[in-house]
Design a protein around this ligand. Structure first.
Ligand SMILES: Cc1cc2nc3c(=O)[nH]c(=O)nc-3n(C[C@H](O)[C@H](O)[C@H](O)COP(=O)(O)OP(=O)(O)OC[C@H]3O[C@@H](n4cnc5c(N)ncnc54)[C@H](O)[C@@H]3O)c2cc1C
Ligand SMILES: C=Cc1c2[nH]c(c1C)Cc1[nH]c(c(CCC(=O)O)c1C)Cc1[nH]c(c(C)c1CCC(=O)O)Cc1[nH]c(c(C)c1C=C)C2
Length: 470
């Protein structure tokens, strides 16, 4: 019996790719593969990314993605941005009516830069003086406010969380981005003291990391900060899908799974068309909230735990203006929620990857945690004019765009709220205790970046291979 992969986003495709020799079946609800990775090529040739646009090469998951890209023979298509490029160095926030460059050098940390009221390096002093608070989890906002001050929580961490998960720092677990800082306080009483001690054991940790391949080594030598691919990020899932079709992998598209039942030594999936698929093992690459209703009948407790996760809805508006309108090149800017503006942030796409026409391309992102009260009932066209006006006001642009595309990405980013990692432990324990042949991969669990979800698929397939050879 085959392994069944549920979901044809990048996590599902990666799982199928790592398992391709075993001829898995991939079930996807829609008629396209790639999930949120979606590049829209305009009639003018300009690329509008509707979802993610860049990948980080750093760390073990970063090297793993580069190994995959190398394996897919996509090395020639990689479009890197090096660490000294303005898009890598200059990230801004829009606060108190102005754009402010976030510190990007060691000396910058020792200067008082608006909108902060003291140098960011002074955080170390705040941290040394702050009392330890013993807890299993806490919101990112509360943790950073306690250890480093309210300024940092409001103007650095809150916008950063908007720029990664479109979420509220007041609800997102501190462990999502600051696990090592959080654990340093718990173990050593102070973040900086803890980090210092951990730095001394860093050599030991590095020795445990995977060996980077040729492309990952090149990324290190050439000091890449981020990268994309020729013709946009969708080149990655499109190439994977093509390679999977050339091997023995079967796809069932346009046919959502509506129910999952585990038997003593197999799993049966019922699809909306009435077809049922039997497999030995199931890799779910669905968002937890989409998997939950499929398990309600047989595993209500597991279904309830999965359904506790919410996802944020984001409006993505791609905008093209004639000519180069960017005075201060950078990756883009984020808007701290305290500013109460309709924009979460704006990416300067044409700074990263210039348009052959020399035009300016931006992507505005709106909504997220705040989508519902703010934008419920608004059409993509209405949201497009909010975004265009927002960009024009902040950047002082007087001309009208030559091209605009607006989409509402419903429930596109899982929110790792306080208690997320404890809930994951409960889910894992349930699966293990009930000996379910179920592997959970994708952005709902242990990381939302593309690297994380590809890595989650690799780890699940490695585990399946290990178990079947035991
Ligand atoms: C706006 C935005 C910007 C982002 N920017 C970045 C970035 O710059 N860099 C980065 O690294 N990451 C970024 N991300 C995150 C990254 O894109 C996602 O985490 C990743 O693409 C998620 O992949 P996935 O396969 O886990 O899930 P998905 O892409 O959600 O795939 C799940 C698939 O399951 C299918 N499905 C759902 N229900 C069923 C069912 N019942 N039966 C069968 N199939 C079903 C869906 O149709 C979908 O194809 C961004 C995400 C968004 C939304
Ligand atoms: C304003 C909204 C958003 C912007 N990007 C995203 C949202 C919701 C989504 C997103 N961006 C990144 C990731 C991957 C994280 C990872 O683990 O790799 C996701 C899901 C990358 C990213 N973008 C910003 C940062 C600080 C990061 C982390 C990695 C890195 O350093 O590159 C900043 C940022 N995001 C947005 C803007 C406008 C912006 C900064 C100016 C848009």
């Amino acid at each position: 019996m085959p392994t069944v992969v549920l979901g044809g986003g990048i996590a599902g495709l990666s799982a199928a790719y790592y398992l391709r020799e075993a001829a898995p079946i991939v079930i996807e609800a829609t008629s396209r593969l790639g999930g949120w990775i979606h590049t829209n090529k305009r009639p003018s040739g300009t690329l509008f990314e509707l979802g993610p646009r860049t990948i980080r090469p750093a760390g073990v998951p970063g090297a793993n993605t580069l190994n995959l890209i190398e394996d897919l023979n996509l090395e020639q298509k990689v479009r890197p941005i090096s660490r000294d490029h303005p898009a890598a160095k200059n990230r801004m926030i829009f606060a108190k009516g102005k754009l402010h460059l976030l510190p990007n050098s060691l000396s910058g940390l020792f200067q008082t830069k608006a909108p902060f009221s003291k140098p960011l390096a002074a955080c170390a002093w705040t941290d040394f003086r702050a009392k330890r608070k013993i807890s299993t989890d806490e919101s990112s906002f509360d943790f950073i406010k306690r250890r480093f001050g309210e300024d940092v929580a409001e103007y650095a961490i809150s916008p950063m969380l908007c720029g990664i998960c479109a979420g509220s720092a007041k609800e997102i677990s501190a462990k999502m981005l600051f696990r090592s800082l959080f654990e340093a306080e718990q173990k050593h009483g102070s973040v900086f003291k803890g980090l210092l001690k951990e730095a001394l054991s860093a050599e030991k940790k590095a020795a445990n990391a995977d060996q980077p391949g040729k492309l990952a080594t090149r990324a290190k030598t050439e000091r890449w900060s981020i990268y994309s691919l020729e013709n946009g990020l969708e080149t990655l899932p499109l190439t994977m899908a093509q390679k999977l079709r050339e091997s023995k992998v079967e796809f069932k598209l346009n046919d959502p799974c509506v129910q999952i039942k585990f038997n003593s030594d197999s799993v049966r999936l019922s699809l909306r068309s009435g077809t049922s698929i039997e497999g030995e093992t199931l890799i779910s690459a669905l968002p937890a909230s989409s998997l939950a209703p499929l398990l309600t009948e047989q595993h209500p407790q597991l279904s309830r735990a999965l359904s506790e996760q919410n996802c944020a809805t984001v409006a993505v508006v791609n905008v093209q203006f004639k000519g180069n309108l960017i005075k201060e090149p950078g990756f883009g800017f984020l808007v701290p929620p305290i500013e109460q503006k309709p924009l979460l942030g704006v990416i300067y796409d044409s700074v990263c990857f210039p348009c052959p026409s020399g035009d300016t391309v931006f992507t505005a992102m709106m909504g997220g945690h705040w989508f519902h009260p703010q934008f419920t009932g608004k059409s993509p066209q209405e949201l497009a004019s909010v975004a265009v006006r927002g960009i024009q006001d902040i950047l002082g642009i007087t001309q009208e765009p030559v091209d605009v595309n607006s989409v509402i990405l419903q429930d596109c980013i899982p929110q790792y709220t306080v208690g997320h990692y404890e809930r994951l432990d409960e889910i894992d324990n349930y699966v293990e205790k009930n000996r379910l042949p179920l592997y959970l991969v994708g952005s709902s669990y242990r990381g939302i970046g593309i690297n994380d979800v590809i890595m989650s698929a690799k780890l699940a397939v490695d585990k399946i291979k290990r178990q079947s050879s035991d």
